[in-house]
Every structure is written in C-alpha cells, then in structure tokens.
Write a protein that binds this ligand. Structure first.
Ligand code: 6PG
Length: 264
C-alpha cells in the first residue's frame, strides 16, 4: 500500500491511497501504541471521536485478532451528541455497532457520556467527575489520554469545538456542554486542554470535500480554527489523510518520505 509522509510547517501528514488503507494503517498505529503503552504503564487510555470517517477503523478493530490487551484498554468518548443511546447520531451507538462488538472488550472498560440527564450541563459534569476519578486528578490537572482520535469538519471544527463559539477558548473545564438550537444536536465534548494533554493525537480525514479545509490548516500561519488549536503540550500529533483529502496540498518546502516512518 502506498504511504507517503510529508512534514509541512512542522505538521506530520501520512497520506494513504484510500480510506480503506487509512483505516488499516490507523489500526496498526493503535496496535503499536496500545502494546507499547500497556508494557510501560499497565494500561492504555484512548478517547474516540464519532462521525462517519472512523466507522471503518472501528469495525476493523473489532475483527482484528492481533489487537490484544483489551482488559487493560479503557475507551472514552471525545464527544457525544445529546440524543438517546439508540439514535443513529449517537457516538455510543456507533461504537456499539462496531468496536464494542469485539468479544474481549469488558463492558466496564467503555466510559460513555450519559445523555439521559435532564440538563446537559449535569451530563458534562458527571463525565468530568468520572475522568477526574479515573485519572486520580488533583485540582487544576487535566486527564492525560494515551491516544486521542479526532475528525475534522469542513468548517474546521474538531471534537465538538466549533469555530466562532466560546467552547474552543475554555481553559479550566475538562468537559463542557455545547448547547445548540434547531436541528443540530447539543453535544458534550472534551476541551482543548484535555486534547492537547494527550500523548498521541491522530486526525483521520478522508474525501475531496475535506481538501479545502486541509489546505487551509496546513498553510495558514495564524489559523485560529479549532482544529488549528490542537497543539500537543508534550505529545505527538499526526494527520492521516487519504489522497482525496490531500489533493489540494502542494509540496514545496515539505520534506517527503516515500515510506512510513515510525509514528512516534
Ligand atoms: C462527531 C465528531 C466530529 C467529527 C467531525 C467529522 O462526533 O461528530 O466528534 O468532530 O469528527 O464532524 O465528521 P465526519 O467523520 O462525519 O466527517
């Protein structure tokens, strides 16, 4: 499978031929990351995004037999739409239909966001309290996930951090409610300080419709879109793109490798 790595404005981009190759490579990164982390720390914590892009990765992981150590793997959500668990838009539902079908994943290792509270803010507080307890955090500390998987919206949003809203600027809370009116579902999301505190952050982006926003993120030096504010404090960040999502990038000034590099 063709795999190019481009380093552009200090951003590492892995470009795969198509979404299937991208899902397979992301699964390899997961396996390597989880195995290494569990050897070192005894457990692996990962926060997963919803949306359409990661569907194939989650389905693939649920079938791969080389992904082991499930009892030491803790799966959290990056964000959740405030809809019932059985709703098509629910990220809980997405994971139940894919990754969580893996017979070896203990139910207690999946940490969902409760969408049955009367007030969405209570749901955000409950999720944050759960994270504080799980990670044994002191006041002012943020959870340190081993890996966070993010998607990218055509408007530059990531997680449920949307451009021109207040939430991307949140710097004290680990989890917040994003209340929205009309057809759009309200959401509960991890905040930037949590995302940026992860050891590994991986964006998964596919399709021609994402090419313009990828071009913008990679070339605007003063970009303030939420996705541009993802800048790990001590960890590593990489973008996994398919050829279509990378189709508007030009290469001048970039360092190009024609084979995969070790991710970290
Ligand atoms: C969600 C995500 C959101 C998503 C992007 C990309 O649950 O919706 O957190 O940030 O990753 O909107 O979505 P697609 O993968 O569907 O393009």
């Amino acid at each position: 499978m063709a795999h190019r790595v481009i380093i552009r404005n200090e951003k590492v981009l892995h470009i795969l031929d198509n979404p299937h190759h991208l899902a397979a490579y992301a699964a390899d990164v997961w396996v390597e990351f989880a195995s290494r982390t569990i050897k070192q720390k005894g457990r692996f914590t990962v926060a997963l995004s919803g949306g359409k892009t990661p569907f194939e990765l989650y389905a693939l992981l649920s079938r791969r037999t080389d992904v082991r150590f499930w009892t030491s793997t803790h799966i959290f959500l990056v964000d959740e739409r405030y809809v019932p668990r059985t709703h098509q838009e629910s990220n809980y539902h997405l994971l139940k239909e894919t990754l969580l079908r893996h017979p070896a994943i203990p139910a207690r290792n999946f940490h969902h966001i409760n969408t049955e509270k009367k007030d969405i803010k209570e749901s955000a507080t409950e999720y944050e309290d759960g994270l504080r307890e799980f990670f044994s955090l002191k006041k002012n500390e943020f959870p340190g996930f081993d890996l966070i998987l993010l998607g990218l919206g055509e408007d530059g949003h990531t997680a449920s951090l949307f451009p021109a809203e207040e939430v991307p600027g949140e710097h004290t809370r680990a989890v917040v409610a994003v209340e929205r009116k009309g057809k759009l579902s309200s959401r509960v999301t991890l905040t930037l300080p949590v995302i940026n505190n992860a050891s590994g952050i991986l964006f998964l982006v596919t399709g021609k419709h994402k090419a313009p926003i990828i071009k913008r993120i990679m070339s605007e030096p003063e970009c303030t879109l939420p996705a541009c504010l993802v800048k790990p404090v001590h960890g590593e960040l990489a973008f996994l793109l398919d050829k279509d999502a990378a189709s508007e990038l030009s290469d001048p000034g970039a360092t190009i490798y024609d084979k995969p590099l070790p991710w970290m």
